[in-house]
Design a protein around this ligand. Structure first.
Ligand code: ARG
Length: 462
């Protein structure tokens, strides 16, 4: 029999029953639901809304349910629609009438809001920790490759020389912003909606400050209608996760390119790549590709929730039950991708000689050649034109700038001297870029130290 049987003259159609039910995917909120109910029952007892001994009985009953769920002794029922009604029904079955008093002064609308917030609040530190672990790998790879020169690209055309360390720290900075976005999200969601009731609180002397504190929230939310209709915290988390996945996906794309024969900048560890069922020579970057693919799934969750919420009038609407699968799937996906990606990166081998070979072609020292002339007094635009002519010459003769003779150089400008070869050496080009944030060894060491400090500060807080 349904809780609302008093109002109805017919049983719910089985189609509707199944359609309406969320227990299949919200069962994972059992811990948060029980924590919320314990805080609520304790407050009801303390405020004299129910008898203290009944509150105690409820709390004891809830604890036994928690233990049984954790011991896998509980079967949830579709008839009880969701995790909230399942646990309430189970409680009444176990402790009798006292169980029927638990729902005094609350609604499933504030209940589901508090459960989901608690869930997200617990997951964010886990997500942050996984990003910090990835930062450790990036720092390790960077430290080991401070002098590994490789081409930097624009438009995927070789552009200017950089190092693998500088490259790694570019990603480290993206993931640093991801951590701060997750922290912002956590900060803003840290308010407790419990006690908002269906939408307009209740006539009981419910103390929302008590329940907020008991559940570890900074304070209760300030408006009860907003409390039950707000899913911003889930959308914010999904946005932060989408951006994080976008970073992982860009990185994955680079790894896919880098381990192709066209680049061969890196070798994936055998344990982090896969073979082909037909082509014996293949070693495929499946992990990177799957991370890239799963990015679409996380974006999908964000768009799902934005679309579900669009145009919903206040306050709770059943549409909002659709928030959970998208939210859980995105969290699960990111928690799945981060460790495997970090391990793949950690175990890949860098091929400095192949990077240097690529850096030696493609005229990535052309800007440096123009700068050489500029430092000898020529305006940059004129120097740029002269080097353009040299590059044009090289493309015809199959030379690179470094293989031209001094005579070739002098033919276009008398400012060229023997020291041009030193100026064009890739190591000089990289280490000459000592500007803050640049690829010179000292600059990159500063970047590494900043990330190490950022990571250490977060670790100290946990
Ligand atoms: N299972 C519901 C959800 O996830 C709980 C809230 C139901 N509230 C209601 N008024 N029907 O949204």
């Amino acid at each position: 029999m349904k809780l609302w049987a008093g109002r109805f003259q017919k049983e719910t159609d089985t189609l509707v029953n199944d359609f309406n039910s969320s227990i299949g995917f919200d069962a994972r909120l059992y811990k948060q639901d029980i924590a919320g109910s314990i805080a609520h029952a304790a407050m009801l007892g303390r405020q004299g809304i129910i008898e203290e001994h009944e509150a105690e009985k409820i709390i004891e009953g809830l604890k036994t349910i928690l233990a049984d769920i954790e011991a896998d002794k509980v079967e949830f029922s579709l008839d009880n629609e969701d995790i909230h009604m399942n646990i309430e029904a189970m409680l009444t079955e176990r402790i009798g009438d006292a169980g029927k008093r638990l729902h005094t002064g609350r609604s499933r609308n504030d209940q589901v809001a508090v459960d989901t917030r608690l869930y997200v609040k617990e997951e964010i530190p886990t997500l942050i920790k996984l990003v910090l672990d990835l930062e450790d790998v990036l720092v390790r790879k960077a430290r080991a490759n401070l002098e590994t020169v490789m081409p930097g690209y624009t438009h995927l055309q070789r552009a200017q020389p950089t190092t693998f360390a500088h490259y790694m720290m570019a990603y480290a900075n993206m993931f640093k912003r991801d951590v701060t976005r997750l922290e912002d999200c956590l900060e803003r969601l840290d308010e407790c909606p419990l006690g908002a009731g269906a939408l307009a609180t209740s006539t009981y002397p419910v103390d929302r400050f008590q329940t907020a504190a008991a559940l570890g929230f900074k304070k209760p939310t300030d408006n009860s209608m907003d409390s039950v209709s707000d899913r911003d915290y889930a959308i914010e988390l999904l946005s932060a996760l989408s951006i994080l996945m976008m970073h992982l996906s860009r990185f994955s794309e680079e790894i896919v390119l880098w381990c192709s024969w066209e680049f061969k900048y890196v070798d994936l560890d055998d344990a982090y790549s896969t073979g082909s069922s037909i082509m014996p020579q293949k070693k495929n970057p499946d992990v990177a590709e799957l991370v890239r693919g799963k990015t679409g799934r996380v974006y999908g969750s964000l768009v799902t929730l934005l679309t579900v919420m669009k145009a919903l009038p206040l306050a709770y609407n059943k549409d909002m039950q659709e928030d959970k699968e998208a939210l859980f799937d995105a969290i699960d996906t990111v928690e799945l991708c981060l460790p495997v990606f970090a391990a793949m990166l950690d175990t890949l081998t860098v091929r400095p000689r192949d990077m240097a070979r690529a850096a030696a072609g493609g005229f990535i020292n052309a800007t440096d050649c123009a700068d050489y002339l500029t430092k000898k007094g020529l305006p940059f635009r004129e120097a740029y034109m002269i080097v353009g002519r040299l590059v044009n010459l090289c493309t015809k003769t199959g030379d690179t700038l470094d293989t031209l003779t001094l005579k070739d150089f002098r033919a276009v400008s008398s400012l060229f001297d023997e020291d041009v070869y030193q100026a064009l050496a890739l190591k000089t080009c990289v280490n000459g870029r000592r500007v803050y944030g640049g690829p010179a060894k000292d600059s990159v060491v500063t970047q590494i130290e900043l990330i190490e400090k950022f990571v250490a500060e977060r670790r100290a807080e946990c």
